[in-house]
Design a binder for this molecule. Structure first.
Ligand SMILES: C[S@@+](CC[C@H](N)C(=O)[O-])C[C@H]1O[C@@H](n2cnc3c(N)ncnc32)[C@H](O)[C@@H]1O
Length: 408
């Protein structure tokens, strides 16, 4: 046997080729890891954060907000005192950020009111006095949004309550996540939330998102009251019985209590199911401002109030004027007649945002129900194109020799 036999030579060639291939592969792997080939870990790309365009103040506020969200999501075993200290720290940090910042720099700070408020509320449950100090702190600095104090107006308050306390609505942490994403301009987590919402996981995510844009702050119970007082004499309202028809989320109750005073009676009438429970829950938080409120379940054709039991009936947004000729006969006229019956002689019905395309239409229907016109105030803003005239109207139940009630 010699080593030069052809079979042995072939084996040597095969071995040599295999060694060469192996060497080449080894080289490729080594150079690949140096040069960032797909075989190695993904290269780190430095990207600016999605909210890099935000001002320093907003970034800092987001940090506080995110810390708070994390806090809410993580079950901590902090003692009450530690929790108070944490919340106080967050609120004071927010106050310190807001204090030197100009309104222009902060722009849409409306979105920050909600987490601030949420923190404040957490704090109030643990230590009401601490909350008072913090509220004072913010209010004294005149921290404002769109002309309103940072303290919520009643509508915002109600929206807030809906968002954070009504279990049918979205959970606070998710709402705050949505808000944080909006502020950062990072829509991806919102999309995920909405997908989950569509899958029946969360409800009203989009509505909640709208709340935080601040678009709702122009409507409020106090604003409605200011409008009502353009047709009513405020000095004659103390001690009155005021029925709020279609109270919705009860945003006007605080203002009503203020004008009728502690000796006045406040009644709310709603047709929608579930409002009693909602308003009852909210009113417990506002026990002092709202006082006792009687809630009545009305019908589309009957307000279900006892005869001659109320002095003032107010509605805002029931849209009396919307409907067909058939619903006018079947519901609206009987309903208005039931309202007239519930009023004491001389009692007043105030209609605001009643949905009538013209004052004439409202006049006709009120006359048919037996009311007499007391005062109409046109609140349309000159030069603003409006689809409907903006007016507040007061009509009176004719006096039959009995007590006359507060006209302008
Ligand atoms: C547009 S919302 C306004 C709610 C509230 N006034 C506000 O300004 O926030 C209209 C409300 O009126 C209620 N409503 C409609 N027709 C009614 C009726 N005939 N009697 C009592 N409530 C009524 C609805 O259930 C709804 O809550």
């Amino acid at each position: 046997m010699t080593i030069h036999s052809p079979g042995r030579r072939l084996r040597w060639w095969i071995l040599l080729i295999l060694l060469l291939i192996l060497g080449l592969m080894l080289r490729l792997v080594l150079t690949g890891s140096e040069g960032g080939s797909p075989a190695g870990p993904p290269p780190k790309i430095e990207r600016p954060p999605s909210h890099y365009l935000l001002s320093e103040e907003k970034r800092a506020l987001i940090e506080v907000l995110e810390g708070f969200i994390a806090d809410l999501q993580t079950p901590t075993h902090l003692s009450g005192a530690e929790r108070i200290a944490t919340l106080n720290r967050s609120l004071n940090r927010s106050a310190a950020i807001l204090e030197p910042a100009s309104q222009i720099a902060l722009g849409s700070t409306a979105v920050f009111k909600f987490p601030l408020r949420r923190m404040a509320e957490e704090l109030s449950e643990l230590d009401p006095e601490a909350l008072q100090k913090v509220s004072k702190h913010f209010t004294e600095r005149g921290y404002r949004n769109g002309g309103e104090s940072w303290t919520f107006d009643p509508l915002e308050e109600v929206l807030y309550q809906l968002a954070f306390h009504d279990l049918d609505y979205i959970q606070p942490v998710h709402a705050m996540q949505i808000m944080a994403c909006e502020v950062k301009g990072d829509r991806e987590p919102i999309r995920t939330l909405l997908e989950r919402q569509n899958a029946g996981d969360y409800t009203k995510a989009d509505t909640v998102r709208q709340f935080f844009t601040g678009n709702t702050s122009t409507r409020s119970g106090w604003r409605q009251m200011r409008r009502a007082l353009t047709v009513l004499d405020p000095t004659a309202l103390r001690g009155c019985t005021w029925a709020e028809l279609g109270y919705g989320t009860g945003q006007i109750f605080e203002a009503v209590r203020e004008v009728v005073g502690p000796s006045g009676v406040v009644i709310g009438v709603e047709i929608g199911p579930g409002y009693e429970a909602l308003v009852d829950r909210i009113s417990r938080r506002h026990a002092l401002a709202w006082g006792e409120i009687k809630l009545v379940r009305g019908e589309l054709d009957d307000c279900r109030l006892p005869a001659e039991s109320v002095d003032i009936v107010h509605e805002a947004g029931i849209h009396v004027g919307v409907g067909t000729p058939e619903t006018l006969e079947r519901e609206t006229i009987p309903w208005l007649k039931s309202v007239k019956k519930a009023l004491r002689p001389g009692g007043i019905m105030v209609l605001d945002d009643c949905g009538y395309p013209s004052l004439e239409g409202l006049r006709r229907v009120m006359a048919r129900a037996g009311f007499e016109e007391l005062k109409v105030v046109d609140l349309s803003v000159a030069g603003t194109p409006a689809t409907q005239p903006d007016f507040v109207a007061a009509f009176r139940k004719p006096v039959g020799g009995a007590r006359t009630l507060p006209g302008p």
